[in-house]
Design a protein around this ligand. Sequence first.
Ligand code: DHB
Ligand code: FE
Length: 282
Amino acid sequence: MAKILGGIATSHIPAIGVAMDKGLEQTPYWKDFFDAYPPVREWLYAQQPDIAVIFYNDHGLEFFHDRKPTFAIGAAAQYDNADEGWGIAEIPPVTGETELSWHIINQLVEHEFDVTVCQEMKVDHGLTVPLTLMWPGHQYGHIKVIPIAINCERHPMPKPSRCFDFGKAIGDAIRSYSGNQKVVVFGTGGLSHQLDGQRAGFINKAFDLYCMEKIVDEPEALIKFSNFDLVEQAGSQGVELNMWLAMRGALQGKLIELHRSYHLPISNTGAGLQLLATTEAV
Ligand code: DHB
Ligand code: FE
């Protein structure tokens, strides 16, 4: 059976990708942020996962407000980059994994999560920045990726508890797959931020640290929030916490927290990094 080795939650701010492409990691603004990542990269190197299932949000590039799936899952052999406004990013495409994608899709619909299935899907910084953070120099072509987009951009959005249950259904589907693949699950985005409006620049460090504490062993404390609570506490884009909750939902059994770090601000955001290993990890 396929194994879930653990979950990684990380910020996906586009400026991170720009800083890496320009080689700015050791400059004063970025140093502390990037210094948190090597232990997580080393864990990935030791574990050698075959597949990354990535919960992210599409920022209106593949799915704009006129047609917005609540939950969308990729079933393509390759995912090309979206144009984020500066032309199509000159970074490698992302490798897909169609067999496990279809297994997850079938299991989800069987268990009453009626997802949008995408046999073509462009991906944005919500997915490619975390991949580049884990495999610098855009060296992520070897890892097969299953992108799963959760609507965090337009109301109505799925609730935190629903995102957690969605992640749980995906975890169950992965664990029921007859292959022997090793899978790592990502939740990208967050933590508190508000990019526009009257509270633009709003960050709530205390709330971010609370979320990182509770997500380990007490996710019930987080899934009782409404999306309105998240907007109030963490800013309008703070609902990106829902991707972290989907990742956490996919994990089962005793978890070992191998890494937690938090840095603020990066761009307009409280930037968190967390690694939760399952007992399936070596
Ligand atoms: C920023 C954060 C995001 O989550 C995002 O999608 C885009 C920009 C930022 O803080 O700059
Ligand atoms: Fe975002």
